[in-house]
Design a binder for this molecule. Structure first.
Ligand code: F6R
Length: 608
C-alpha cells in the first residue's frame, strides 16, 4: 500500500525518484509526488493519477533539479485520490516535507489538538498530522522531533522526511511498514522495496521497528528510539534488475506466469537429497513429530495455498489443520495448545493482518513457521522458522509465481512431516519427492497450451457471472481461479465446493451461465459428473478442467474441456491454477483491463 523512495547523492534526484516510484507503482497508483531541496527550501510537485502524470508535470518544470529528495506513490486510505491528498505533505511553513506508507490510527485526535494550537490542514490525510507534529516538536533537531512524533502517534508507518535546515539529508523511520536503505557509492537511498534502487546498488540495510535513519550522500547513520547510534548488518540482493523488468512480455503477469516452472524448480531443488526432502530451517524432527495441530494463517491467494496445504498435510501427515484468514484469526481468540504449530504464508512478508496474526500466535507461545518470498521482510525476521520461496521479485499485483512456490513449499512440508512421523515408506517418500521435482515440466506443459486458453477466453470474456466448482484440492484451486478472474477482469465470480451448490447458490445458475468445473481427482470424478449434470440441467455452459486421468469420464458431460497432465492428485492445483491464471489473463486482455495494476488494488497490503 503506497511506496516511498528517497535519494541523496550528486546526480539529479528527480529522474532517480521517478524511476524508483515506477518500480514501486505496484504498491499503489492513485496519486504520486516528490519533494526535493531547492534554493534553500523544499519544492513539492504532486498530482492525482499515475506516475506518468507526475512525469508529465515535471517535464514542464525544467528549472527544477536537486541532488536530494523523497517520493511517494499512493494507495488511498484517508481521503480520496486528489492533488491535495497526494504526498508529500508539508508543514505549514513549508520547511518540513513528509512521505508516509501506513496508517496513523490516532490522527483525528492529534489533528484536533494541532488545530487548537493554530495549525490548519490542507488535506484529509492522516499523514499531514505528521508534518505538522514534526513542526510542533522541532526545536532545531529534526531527529529529536521525529523521535517525539514516533512516541505520540499510534499505527503503522514508514516515513521519509526532509527538513529545509538540513539540505542533502533524508531522515527516515519505520514501525510495521516496510523500509529499507540502499547503500551506494557517494549516494544513498530509502525505499519500500528493493527494485526502487536496484539499478544503482545491490547493498542495503533493513530498518527495524522503532529505528530512525539519517542519510547523506556519504553516510548512513541508524539510531534506536533513544537516538543511540546502532550498527546494522549489510545485506546484498541476489537477483538482478532484469528479474524486475518485463523482458519482452506485454505484462508482468504474463512474464511471471511463464516464470513459474523456474520458480518452482528453484524452490524445490535445493531441498532435495537422495530422494528425500530437507527443510532448510532450524526446526528439528522431534518438534515435527510432536505437533498436535497446525494453524495456517494468511490472506488472499496465500490463504488459498493454505487451503490446499490443509488438504495435503491432513492427507499425508494426518495432523489436523485449521486454515484461517489472518484478519479473522487475530480477533477470534483461537484455541491453541503448546504443541501446535502456526504456519504463516506471505509473498511480501509485510501483510499487516498476517504479521499481526503471527504476533498473536507468538504471544500465545506457539512456534511460528513462515513461508515467505521476500528475504529479510518483517514476518521472515520475526518468525521462529522461515522457509523461503524462491519466486524472485513479483511485480504484477495479482500473484502467480509466488502462489505456485507457496504451494510446492507446502507439499514439501507435508511430505517431510509425513516422513518424520513414520507415515511414509521409503518408496512412497521417493515417489512424492519425485512428484515435486517433476511439477515444473508439467507446469510447462500447461503453459504450452496457452493458445487454447486464449481461445477459450476470447469466447467467454463477455460473461457477467462465472462460477468455479471443485471438490477437495480442486475446490481450493477454484477459490484461486475465481479470485484471479475477479481481480484482473472485474467479472463477478464465485468459487463453490461442488457439493454445496445445491444448498442455495444453484438458484443463480441460468441459461448460459459459465461454470468452470475443476475435476482432476479420480476418486471424486463421479461426484463431479453429477454436479456438472445438475448445473447443465439449469442451462449452464460447462468448461471442465480435467486431468489426463479424469478426462474420459468428464468429457461426456462437459461442453468444453481443458486437460492438465496427471500428477499425484493432491498436487494438481499446481497445474489447474496455472490454466486458470492464463484464462483470467486473456479474459482481462480481451476486456481491455489494466492487468498488472487492477483498479482499487495494491500489491502489498500493509494496512489493516
Ligand atoms: C491476489 C493477491 C493477494 C495476496 C494477499 C496476501 O492475487 O496477490 O490476495 O495474496 O494480499 O499478500 P502476501 O502474500 O504478500 O501476504
Amino acid at each position: 500500500m503506497c511506496g516511498i523512495v528517497g535519494f541523496t547523492g550528486s546526480a539529479d534526484a528527480l529522474p532517480v525518484l521517478v524511476n524508483g516510484l515506477k518500480r514501486l507503482e505496484y504498491r499503489g497508483y492513485d496519486s504520486a509526488g516528490i519533494a526535493a531541496f531547492d534554493n534553500g527550501g523544499i519544492r513539492v510537485t504532486k498530482t492525482r493519477g499515475r506516475i506518468s502524470e507526475l512525469e508529465r508535470i515535471l517535464r514542464g518544470q525544467p528549472d527544477f533539479s536537486s541532488a536530494c529528495g523523497i517520493g511517494h506513490t499512493r494507495w488511498a486510505t484517508h481521503g480520496e485520490p486528489t492533488d491535495e491528498n497526494s504526498h508529500p505533505h508539508l508543514s505549514h511553513d513549508g520547511r518540513i516535507a513528509v512521505v508516509h506508507n501506513g496508517i496513523i490510527e490516532n490522527y483525528a485526535d492529534i489533528k484536533a489538538r494541532l488545530i487548537k494550537r493554530g495549525y490548519s490542514f490542507r488535506s484529509e490525510t492522516d499523514t499531514e498530522v505528521i508534518a505538522h507534529l514534526l513542526d510542533f516538536y522541532y526545536k532545531g533537531d529534526i531527529l529529536v522531533a521525529l523521535a517525539k512524533v514516533m512516541a505520540t502517534v499510534r499505527g503503522s508507518y514508514a516515513l521519509g522526511v526532509l527538513c529545509a535546515d538540513r539540505p542533502g539529508e533524508i531522515i527516515a523511520a519505520r514501525l510495521d511498514s516496510p523500509l529499507i536503505v540502499g547503500l551506494g557509492d557517494g549516494e544513498n537511498f530509502i525505499a519500500s522495496d528493493i527494485p526502487a534502487f536496484l539499478e544503482h546498488t545491490r547493498d542495503y540495510y533493513t530498518v527495524d521497528d522503532g529505528e530512525i535513519v539519517c542519510l547523506t550522500k556519504d553516510s548512513v547513520t541508524v539510531y534506536n528510539s533513544d537516538l543511540e547510534e546502532i550498527s546494522k548488518e549489510r545485506m546484498t540482493v541476489s537477483w538482478s534488475i532484469e528479474a524486475a523488468e518485463k523482458g519482452g512480455y506485454e505484462h508482468f503477469m504474463l512474464k511471471e506466469i511463464h516464470e513459474q516452472p523456474k520458480a518452482v524448480r528453484d524452490t524445490v531443488s535445493p531441498r532435495l537429497e537422495n530422494g528425500r526432502i530437507f527443510l532448510d530451517t532450524n526446526i528439528n524432527d522431534d518438534f515435527l513429530q510432536d505437533i498436535s495441530r497446525i494453524h495456517i494463517i494468511a490472506c488472499g491467494s496465500a490463504y488459498h495455498t493454505g487451503m490446499v496445504g490443509k488438504y495435503v498435510i491432513e492427507n499425508l501427515a494426518r495432523i489436523p489443520v485449521e486454515c484461517d484468514l489472518a484478519s479473522e484469526f487475530r480477533y477470534r481468540d483461537p484455541i491453541i495448545s503448546g504443541r501446535d504449530l502456526c504456519i504463516v504464508i506471505s509473498q511480501s512478508g509485510e501483510t499487516a493482518d498476517t504479521l499481526a496474526a503471527m504476533r498473536e500466535a507468538k504471544r500465545r507461545d506457539i512456534k511460528t513457521l513462515a513461508i515467505i518470498n521476500v528475504v529479510g521482510s518483517t514476518i521472515a525476521r520475526e518468525a521462529d522458522y522461515v522457509l523461503y520461496t524462491w519466486a524472485g521479485p513479483e511485480i504484477a499485483v495479482a500473484t502467480t509465481k509466488a502462489y505456485s512456490t507457496q504451494l510446492v513449499m507446502l507439499y514439501m512440508l507435508a511430505v517431510r512431516l509425513a516422513a518424520v512421523r513414520g507415515l511414509l515408506d521409503a518408496h512412497t517418500e521417493k515417489k512424492l519427492t519425485a512428484e515435486c521435482l517433476h511439477l515444473p515440466e508439467k507446469i510447462e506443459a500447461v503453459i504450452a497450451q496457452i493458445n487454447t486458453l486464449s481461445y477459450l477466453a476470447s469466447r467467454f470474456h463477455n460473461h457477467k457471472d462465472i462460477f468455479f466448482l471443485g471438490r477437495g484440492v480442486d475446490y481450493a484451486a477454484a477459490l484461486e481461479g475465481s479470485l484471479k478472474l475477479k481481480e484482473i477482469s472485474y467479472i463477478r465470480s464465485e468459487a463453490y465446493a461442488a457439493g454445496e451448490l445445491k444448498h442455495g447458490t444453484i438458484a443463480l445458475i441460468r441459461n448460459d451461465t459459465l461454470v468452470i468445473a475443476i475435476a482432476t481427482q479420480q476418486s471424486l470424478a463421479e461426484k463431479m459428473v453429477s454436479n456438472i449434470r445438475e448445473v447443465k440441467a439449469r442451462g449452464a455452459h460447462v468448461l471442465t478442467i480435467a486431468s489426463e486421468d479424469t478426462r474420459q469420464m468428464l468429457s461426456e458431460v462437459s461442453d468444453d474441456i481443458f486437460v492438465v497432465p496427471s500428477c499425484f492428485e493432491k498436487f494438481s492445483p499446481s497445474l489447474t491454477v496455472v490454466a486458470m491464471q492464463l484464462f483470467a489473463y486473456y479474459i482481462a486482455l480481451c476486456r481491455g483491463c489494466s492487468i498488472d495494476k487492477p483498479r482499487n488494488l495494491a500489491k502489498s497490503v500493509t494496512v489493516e
